[in-house]
Design a protein around this ligand. Sequence first.
Ligand code: SAM
Ligand code: F3S
Length: 431
Amino acid sequence: MKRYYLWTIGCQMNDADSWRVAERLQSLGYAATRRPEEADVIVLNTCVVRQSAEDKVYGRLSSLKPIKQRRPETVLALMGCAVGEDTSSLQQRFPYVDLFVRPSDIESLIDFIAGRYGSADYQQPAFSAVHPVSCCVPVMHGCDHLCTYCIVRLRRGSQRSRRPAEVVDEVRCLVERGAREVVLLGQNVDAYGHDLPDRPTLAGLLKAVHGIDGLWRIRFLTSHPADMTDELIEAVARLPKVCEHIEIPVQSGDDEILRRMLRRYTVARYKELVAKIRRRIPNVALATDVIVGFPGETEEQFMNTYDLLREIRFDVVHVAAYSPRPGTAAGRLPDDVPPQEKERRRRAVEELQRQIAAEINAQFLGQTVEVLIEDRHKGKWRGRTRTNKLVFFKDERDWRGKLAQVQITWTGPWSMQGNPAQTSSSPGHSR
Ligand code: SAM
Ligand code: F3S
């Protein structure tokens, strides 16, 4: 039997792509291995959003060179955001790579492997027996924004939405195989459908997916503050299966930095949007992304971001130190905030957020929350609330894919623990 080794870093979009690659290879009869040295096919699914991710990719690729030298017949493919339109410099640097695959271009990868080896001996079930309870479903690829720091849009191209019927069919199929939650993915998911002739909207897609029997929860990410519509907020408020959890990157709390990032909103507009979301969806959990140390960011401008985060009190903040990316507009500006200063700002945001998240989560102490259990981790069941809070508990019963009413006995900034009270066969949709 032929074997594949799949290595993935980056965002949920990459995880979703890798899941699809694995599924396709398994349906061709390939089995997964954790040891690249025994694989017939090695796929690295990559991220280059920051220099640190890029360094990991090239480190991993270099470490595979001896394997490829020992077993030249092994297919070695580099996939994802490391692969731009022009691959000549990658080919020169890594001549032992057989194939460079653009992000999400799963068909080219599978065609190449099938062309090289054909189908392997078919001894496996078509899909792995254990299907994820929560599945990511890309509903669009690429992005039409021009954020000046962002390499992702350069690598993933302009926006291409999938047709609603195709998405609904895929979700139905996932539910038949055991999924209970789907996360609809796009780099800027709020702009879903803008590129299709009849201009369907994300709100419309949520309604369509909502009608699928057996599906309990729906999430979507990532939102863009300039593209979030009242129609979408209304859909989240009204559709019981759509979780009250919105990821809406702010990136900076300073208007001048936002302008230079080309984010297309002001801090005032962002605050109005948050107020509107909170009015319409009272228990909503909000997550955001922040970049510190963007070129020219002064201490005062950084403090504007810090103060905004203190004022809004997000449930989750993903904070990153700015990393200049080749080919981007900001990459041509002087990267003039010293690394130690970027790190100081990053840590200050992390520390603030640790306190805020701990305070928000502490309010759940003693409460009973509905948790969809996804898997077992280090001897405990692990799941999420509708607001995307991680909850762990110990129990002998099999909880995978079930909803548990969990009484919270301990809370921390990143997770909670509790005791399961009862299972429910269907969700209460409690808000
Ligand atoms: N489309 C999403 C959005 O609107 O933010 C995700 C883009 S990117 C994959 C995810 C996050 O990485 C961004 O929100 C941003 O905070 C961070 N990021 C992107 N480019 C970066 C850079 N050059 N340096 C540091 N962080 C960066
Ligand atoms: Fe990148 Fe901005 Fe799009 S962060 S993926 S250009 S919304």
